[in-house]
Design a protein around this ligand. Structure first.
Ligand code: FAD
Ligand code: SF4
Length: 521
């Protein structure tokens, strides 16, 4: 391909035409470069649906660019000899000889380094452009974080509300409170959620079908199924998915945000994370339409505030934490966890019903909602004591929305406490009784959530008490955890010894084996 003035790199999660990448650039002089690289799908053992979402999103976006007169040098999977990003970029710079390379801040720390090295090796200047997809800037986070002892999401969120003006009236939070979380922990009760409107599906079009075929052929042994692939992969589809959420699910999003139910993967969640992470949707338009729904009486404040907090609060906050703590973040192991990940994480073959449900839907469709990720899957790994890097790689592999800037802080910080308390001030640990309260999973399980010893003891409950025993030196006097650890005093030394023994046996049993758990702990 011909020479160009600027080489504009578009990564798989930068599929927005209003990106600052194109400011003051011209289709006549500048060239867009996009590449599908095998290494991106195999560096973690990616779910097939995750690969399809990214590749199909990229191919559709390349069409959009071409329709807007951009020249696109697109390296399709299997149509070029490169494995990794650096190699392919090095070759692109050599063949197009650009005066400069431009890229919007990559969402993955290593990719930033790889691009910088490739440009340096070719002696070509690189412009890294701030990503205006996000609502808050690094400067704002630095202003918030510098000099503070604890970086809590809640304080950052309040600042972001004040700065953005979202859900604010005369400098005060709409409704008088910053946060309506206390209202957002309702469970479905015995009757269950009743009839739910299923989220709008997006059947694969010609491009997606060809990507599905390619992925089946190229990565046949990768986890996950493509039988029911229906994720939005274009901006038009993403806008329809947003409309669908606001019409059918937003109003109850707050109330049932933490609830879980057998065979109901979506409940009232938005399913918008992948579309936002690929930048098919702008978080401003997502927040604005939720606030519109509140203002016209279509959704209550607790639902809308709860939803806005996830996006303006959590999503922005974890991104800043990621860049502030990388590359060390991936190496932390504050709780010295050294177990390997049980094999049933890859095939859902376990008789623990909560885990079987959450893992099976993850493998079927590349999705689990937040509480399933945090309080079923992540919790189990943490209680078992799985090596943080291993569970991080699993979370990065199996969800269609997985990108490292959002996955790593959630997994290593919020879920595993591997960062020693940078993200969360305490470990999110609970026994099986939490899962029993928030779902109906325990009704169909051979274990009893309230039992910590005996043949039917719930593995979560055994491992929870064992966690308290193992980590008491660290948390017993911690102001936010002392109460939880004080409960240990109610157990006799003999009971504690039995729990530790049973937990040890569970660990032996789960060790890297595909299995149905037949605990007699
Ligand atoms: P909803 O429940 O409808 O929430 C609305 C939106 O808020 C989401 O689409 C998402 O953009 C944002 N959001 C909600 N919670 C968080 C959060 N904790 N951090 C950042 N944004 C949030 N989210 C990802 O996008 N990619 C990941 O790889 C990812 N990995 C996670 C790993 C673990 C261990 C945990 C506990 C959470 C992870 N999350 C991740 C956050 C969250 O679970 C998902 O964003 C959410 O489940 C996506 O489903 P949804 O779109 O239906 O979200
Ligand atoms: Fe999960 Fe324990 Fe409940 Fe079974 S009893 S579903 S293992 S929490």
């Amino acid at each position: 391909m011909s020479k160009c003035r600027h080489l504009l790199i578009v990564l798989g999660d930068q599929l927005n035409l209003d990106s600052a990448l194109y400011d003051e650039q011209s289709p006549a002089d500048d060239l867009v470069w996009m590449a599908e690289l095998p290494h991106e799908s195999i560096k973690v053992w990616s779910h097939k649906a995750r690969i399809v979402t990214f590749l199909s999103g990229m191919r559709h976006f390349a069409e959009t660019l071409r329709s807007a007169s951009w020249r696109v040098d697109y390296l399709g999977l299997g149509q070029h000899p490169y494995e990794g990003f650096g190699e392919a970029l090095n070759h692109a710079i050599k063949s197009h000889q650009p005066e400069r390379v431009r890229v919007v801040e990559p969402g993955e720390w290593n990719v930033r380094q790889t691009i910088a090295s490739a440009c340096e090796a070719r002696d070509t200047p690189l412009d890294i452009i701030e990503d205006r997809h996000f609502l808050t800037t690094t400067a704002m986070f630095d202003e918030y974080a510098d000099g503070r002892k604890n970086w809590t999401m809640e304080h950052f969120y309040r600042l972001a509300r004040q700065r953005s003006g979202y859900l604010m009236n005369d400098g005060k939070p709409t409704g008088g409170q910053w946060n309506y979380d206390k209202k957002n922990r309702i469970t479905f009760g015995r009757q269950g959620p009743g009839m739910l409107v299923q989220p709008r599906a997006f059947p694969p079009d010609r491009i997606t079908r060809s990507v599905i075929e390619l992925v089946q052929q190229t990565f046949p042994s990768h986890p996950g199924s493509l039988d029911a692939f229906d994720w939005p992969v274009t901006r038009e589809e993403a806008l329809l998915a947003l409309e669908d959420f606001e019409e059918h699910r937003l109003a109850a999003f707050g109330d049932y945000q933490d609830a879980m139910w057998t065979e109901e993967p979506w409940l009232y969640h938005s399913r918008l994370s992948a579309a936002m992470n690929l930048k098919l949707l702008d978080p401003r338009e997502v927040i604005a339409s939720a606030i519109d729904a509140y203002e016209c009486g279509h959704a209550p404040l607790n639902a809308v505030e709860g939803f806005v907090r996830q996006i303006l609060g959590w999503r922005e906050y974890v991104r800043h934490l990621y860049f502030r703590t990388m590359p060390d973040l991936l190496e932390h192991n504050a709780l010295e966890a050294h177990e390997s990940l049980p094999e049933f994480f890859w095939n859902a073959q376990t008789d623990m019903h909560c885990l079987r449900q959450s893992l099976a839907q993850t493998l079927d469709c590349g999705y689990a909602h937040h509480i399933q990720r945090l309080m079923v899957i992540g919790l189990f790994a943490q209680l078992l004591g799985v090596r943080p890097k291993e569970i991080h790689e699993w979370f990065l592999a199996v969800y269609v929305d997985a990108v490292e800037w959002v996955e790593a802080p959630n997994t290593l910080g919020m879920s595993q406490y591997a960062d020693g308390g940078i993200l969360g001030t305490k470990p999110y640990v609970a026994s099986g009784k939490y899962i029993e309260r928030m779902s109906n999973y325990c009704e169909d399980c051979p274990y009893k959530p309230s039992q910590k010893t005996g043949a039917n003891a719930c593995p979560y409950t055994v491992l929870y008490w064992d966690f308290l025993i193992r980590h008491q030196a660290r948390f017993r006097h911690h102001p936010r955890t002392a109460l939880q650890w004080k409960n240990l005093d109610r157990l006799s030394e003999e009971e504690q010894n039995t729990i530790s023994e049973n937990a040890k046996r569970l660990r032996e049993r789960f060790k890297g084996k595909t299995q149905a758990v037949t605990s007699n702990a």
